[in-house]
Write a protein that binds this ligand. Structure first.
Ligand code: ADP
Ligand code: 5GP
Length: 197
């Protein structure tokens, strides 16, 4: 059976990760999007269990104590974590898994699953990133500034990723992500494993 792979996607808040991944999932039906748990309140239009599992800080701490997260991190005042079980179930079924997580989480995944493929998504410019963050209209001006500051730090880590995708248009970014996923399954180790089982 074809082995599923983990694809970690990171990049500054507002760069368009959710938008691009949503479009990608329409094209690749067998791809499993890992729904994270978070203590941040839902934005308008976000559904529990679809965009995130929205939980209290107490519940989040309980999941940490039970080792239920593959990784977790604090980001601009809230906790975010990847529930381990769904990822493991999807991989066991031979499905690829995509994680939309920030850089501290990406480092933890690197340690626990070194074979994971890590992709950094960047904006075409800082001006455009700020415009997208503001136009989304979900964060106060103060939060937008915090996310922009964080973005500059995150950008410095981009060299540690395997791939760098610029989200100038959603179509281009999706095309590059699909090319990366296809290429990763053409590596000899991936091909030999699927032949031997
Ligand atoms: P993230 O998940 O990285 O925080 P979002 O997907 O929420 O970012 O996108 C932030 C804003 O930018 C949204 O309003 C979205 O519609 C817009 N956006 C995303 N990708 C593009 C793009 N390629 N060109 C223009 N606007 C975009
Ligand atoms: P947002 O609040 O904009 O949805 O997400 C803020 C940041 O948290 C984004 O960079 C997003 O990638 C990251 N994030 C979402 N889920 C997780 C998770 O499960 N773990 C980690 N480490 N980061 C996450």
């Amino acid at each position: 059976m074809r082995e599923g792979k983990i694809f970690v996607v990171s990049g500054p808040s507002g760069v368009g990760k959710s938008t691009v991944l949503h479009a990608l999932l329409q094209n690749r039906k067998n791809l499993y999007f890992s729904v994270s748990a978070t203590t941040r309140p839902p934005r308008e239009g976000e559904e529990d269990g679809v965009h995130y599992h929205f939980v209290t800080v107490d519940t989040f701490r309980d999941w940490i104590a039970r080792d239920a997260f593959l990784e977790y991190a604090e980001y601009v005042g809230n906790f975010y974590g990847t529930p381990r079980k769904y990822v493991e179930d999807a991989l066991a079924q031979g499905r690829d898994v995509v994680l939309d997580i920030e850089i501290q989480g990406a480092i933890q995944v690197r340690r626990k699953a070194p074979e994971a493929v890590r992709i950094f998504i960047a904006p075409p410019s800082w001006v455009e990133l700020e415009r997208r963050l503001r136009s989304r209209g979900t964060d106060s001006p103060e939060k937008v500034q915090k996310r922009l500051l964080r973005a500059k730090v995150e950008f410095q880590t981009a060299y540690a990723y395997d791939y760098f995708v610029v989200n100038d248009t959603v179509e281009n970014a999706v095309r590059e992500l699909e090319a990366i996923m296809t290429a990763e399954h053409c590596r000899p180790d991936a091909r030999m494993e699927s032949m031997s089982s």
